[in-house]
Design a binder for this molecule. Sequence first.
Ligand code: ZN
Length: 308
Amino acid sequence: MIRRAFLQACCLAAMMAFGSGVADAAQDKLKVVASFSILADFARNVGGDRVDVSMLVGPGGDAHVYTPTPADARNVAAAKLVIVNGLGFEGWLSRLVKAAGNKATIVTATKGITPRKNKADDHKHAHGDSHDDEADPHAWQSVPNAKFYVANIRDALIAADAAGADTYRANADRYLKKLDELEREVRQAVDTIPADRRKLISTHDAFGYLADSYGIAFIAPQGVSTESEATARDVARIVTQIKAQKIPAVFLENVSDPRLMRRIAQESGAKLGGTLFSDSLTDEKGDAATYIEMIRHNIRTLANALAG
Ligand code: ZN
């Protein structure tokens, strides 16, 4: 009897200790804030259960032109790590971090990637808007670049939470293998498109890294930022180009107004090839709830529309 009571008390104490341990762990999760949805997905994959990841620009949002809220400032103030893309993508972020006044480590996920420079083309010269030395921020659109993002996030998590080093390494390794598989899928899909049909029109210049990596030509009426608007002259130029180069399809983007592309399709006779996810994931119910789903969706949409 005494022995049984002792066992019960012992178990109860153990359970209580275990219970409080779990509660502590939940509160003690490493607080990570990502500037936009794609970075948040990478951070969740690498951080797993040890991290609490939130994002500033949510699914469907446009990080080029975001206006932070007071809630964002509180969120950043409480964070241990703030993960950003860099390459000039989040022009609004440094002010937010300053306003939040905290000592969070800022992790630039594109560190080590060779930035693609925005080439000055005729259209930019035409309206005196030369961005020739501006870096293109959309590095995530090439899967080999995504591996840099993952490695940078892994190293930052290890630096912030050494006790989780093995977990972060194992999670990152597992995810990097998935990216290798994804890269093979992308290359196979591109191979199905005849070489003379690997060209298309998309709203803003978000796919330069994809174009460079996989040999597909993207032409965009807007520049690398959605901030600039296409002029009537830009539209006329693109319509002429579509006809002259027999560009098979025009694509919509999830972060851009579809009207411009519909008009270009109508005036040029090119078909509408579907929607590409450029700068944001969708919510869980959408076609691109994760980075891997996004790339898969984009490449299938491209291959279906361009294969002819
Ligand atoms: Zn963009």
